[in-house]
Design a protein around this ligand. Structure first.
Ligand SMILES: NC(=O)c1ccc[n+]([C@@H]2O[C@H](COP(=O)([O-])OP(=O)(O)OC[C@H]3O[C@@H](n4cnc5c(N)ncnc54)[C@H](OP(=O)(O)O)[C@@H]3O)[C@@H](O)[C@H]2O)c1
Length: 324
């Protein structure tokens, strides 16, 4: 046991009240870690109440205020932590000022967090939540060769089609790699596909509310998604912890269970959950076919949950929270 009352050590999770981060905090507390979670406003009960209800939270969770756009904001939270899980990043499809609201906070925020990491002599490893959108947005995909971690999306294509979120994740991950190489920081990145599963926050994040829309018959959001990888939120949290703990983990890790066209997804959902008005189908998009090769994370012993588990758990949570 150390002075924090844990033998697992102390880790920081940025954006702790978010959809993914809340689940990660839950898993870290269950594993015995002392967790420093950063949020923009620790006093905002609506955003943080669910975290205080987690097992182990009263003894081993501390919430601290930090904002991606404030220089030095993460210094105090990160100091003394062995691990930093940087998940905070704007997740929004549209914005009035996409560069200022999505791209800059993602990139500058990542560098801000990493500058705090550099000042911390206790730091062992940083795990950055990137996205599979940093891999699959490109025009030159060979449909016979599944995409793996060696693939980078085209920033130029993202700008041309105004995929600001994708652009923000590409630029943030690249900036992180450059900074960590220059400053000798041990960085591992996780590249999740679209997260599906229960939401701990009662207010749904943008992707979870898109999924809710699907169960209410809305077509707009998923029409744009076309073909997409899906992954259980618990697998994404588990993957973050695995690559943090596994000495031999290095580089980028794609984290995706099933890649499927939105039309196939709609028929899967319609037959599994017949009482909901799932859209009958979506307009076909002219997008390249792709698969993901997730052999790298599987070589560390990781196994993904199937589509059935993701959506069963997601639907149960939407019902339990009164959204459905
Ligand atoms: N959802 C997916 O399908 C998916 C897929 C791949 C990767 N990811 C990645 O997973 C991570 C978490 O996303 P999520 O799905 O859990 O969405 P989310 O619930 O919206 O989480 C995003 C978090 O970032 C925080 N944040 C945004 N701007 C900030 C700022 N200026 N300063 C401090 N914190 C800020 C948000 O805080 P507030 O609550 O205060 O706004 C929130 O906690 C992101 O890095 C995202 O790119 C998500």
């Amino acid at each position: 046991m150390d002075q924090n009352g844990t033998s697992r050590g102390k880790v920081c999770v940025t954006g702790a009240s978010g959809f993914l981060a809340s689940w990660l905090v839950k898993r870290l507390l269950l594993s015995g870690y002392f967790v420093i979670g950063t949020v923009r406003d620790p006093g905002d009960a609506k955003k943080v109440e669910h975290l205080w209800r987690l097992e182990g939270a009263k003894e081993r969770l501390k919430l601290m205020k930090a904002d991606l756009m404030e220089e030095g904001s993460f210094d105090e939270a990160i100091m003394g932590c062995q691990g930093v899980f940087h998940t905070a990043s704007p997740v929004a499809g549209t914005a009035q000022d996409p560069m200022g609201e999505i791209v800059e906070p993602a990139v500058q925020g990542t560098l801000n967090v990493l500058r705090s990491c550099k000042k911390n002599p206790s730091l062992r490893r940083v795990v950055l939540t990137s996205s599979s959108s940093t891999v699959r947005i490109r025009e030159d995909i060979d449909p016979r060769v599944p995409l793996d971690e060696s693939s980078w999306s085209s920033a130029e294509l993202c700008e041309r089609f105004q995929v600001w979120y994708g652009l923000s994740k590409i630029l943030a991950e690249k900036a992180a790699w450059d900074f960590c190489k220059e400053n000798n920081i041990d960085l591992v990145t996780v590249l999740p596909a679209f997260l599906i599963g229960p939401s701990l926050p009662p207010i749904l994040c943008s992707t979870a509310s898109d999924v809710l829309g699907l169960f209410k018959g809305e077509t707009k959001k998923f029409e744009f998604h076309g073909r997409m990888g899906y992954v259980h939120i618990d697998d994404v949290a588990g993957c973050h912890i695995l690559v943090y703990e596994h000495e031999a983990a290095y580089g980028r890790y794609l984290c995706s269970s099933t890649v499927i066209d939105n039309n196939e997804l709609a028929s899967f959902l319609a037959s599994r959950y017949p009482s909901y008005p799932i859209p009958k189908g979506f307009k076909e998009l002219e997008r390249p076919y792709y698969e993901f090769n997730t052999a790298k994370i599987e070589s560390l012993g990781f196994k993904f949950k199937p589509l059935e588990d993701m959506f069963d758990d997601c639907v149960a949570s939407l019902i339990q929270q009164g959204h459905l």
